[in-house]
Design a protein around this ligand. Structure first.
Ligand SMILES: [Zn+2]
Ligand SMILES: [Zn+2]
Length: 141
């Protein structure tokens, strides 16, 4: 059985919100984390049962067009989203040395970065399950 723990972005990746007001790019390099989050905050902000996200060093992420609105739903981070169409894009820790998490489905090619685990599985919605055998963590990592 193979265990895929490392994902590398081989070239520049781009993405953005539904309406096109906000575009971003991510420089090539290692992806430090990639998973599904089932926490209630992500569910409410996205309007979806779970959010797939991945994290990179913050210096590799840039907005190319537009600027997002921010929501402080926790005391250590800002959730950035498009104020026109509402797309939830980024989870940014206050700690500038921490990774920045980007919501995978907002990439132009989201298939590039598959999730490797589930977090906050404790708050998974009972009718929602994914067909994978990835590790399921009750809360955060
Ligand atoms: Zn938008
Ligand atoms: Zn979450």
């Amino acid at each position: 059985m193979s265990c895929k723990n490392e994902i590398e972005l081989k070239s520049l990746a781009a993405g953005g919100c539904l309406c096109g007001a906000i575009r971003y790019r991510i420089a090539p390099g290692p992806v430090r984390e990639s998973g599904y989050c089932h926490c209630r905050t992500c569910q409410r902000q996205s309007g979806a049962p779970a959010v797939a996200f991945f994290a990179v060093a913050p210096g590799r992420f840039d907005y190319l067009k537009g600027s997002p609105a921010g929501l402080r739903a926790s005391d250590h981070a800002t959730r950035e989203f498009c104020s026109s169409c509402g797309t939830y894009l980024v989870f940014r820790e206050d700690d500038a040395a921490a990774t920045i998490a980007i919501n995978t489905a907002t990439l132009d090619e989201p298939a590039l970065i598959p999730p490797l685990y589930h977090i906050y599985h404790d708050s998974r919605i009972g009718w929602f399950e994914t067909a994978d055998d990835l590790p399921r963590h009750a809360r955060g990592l």
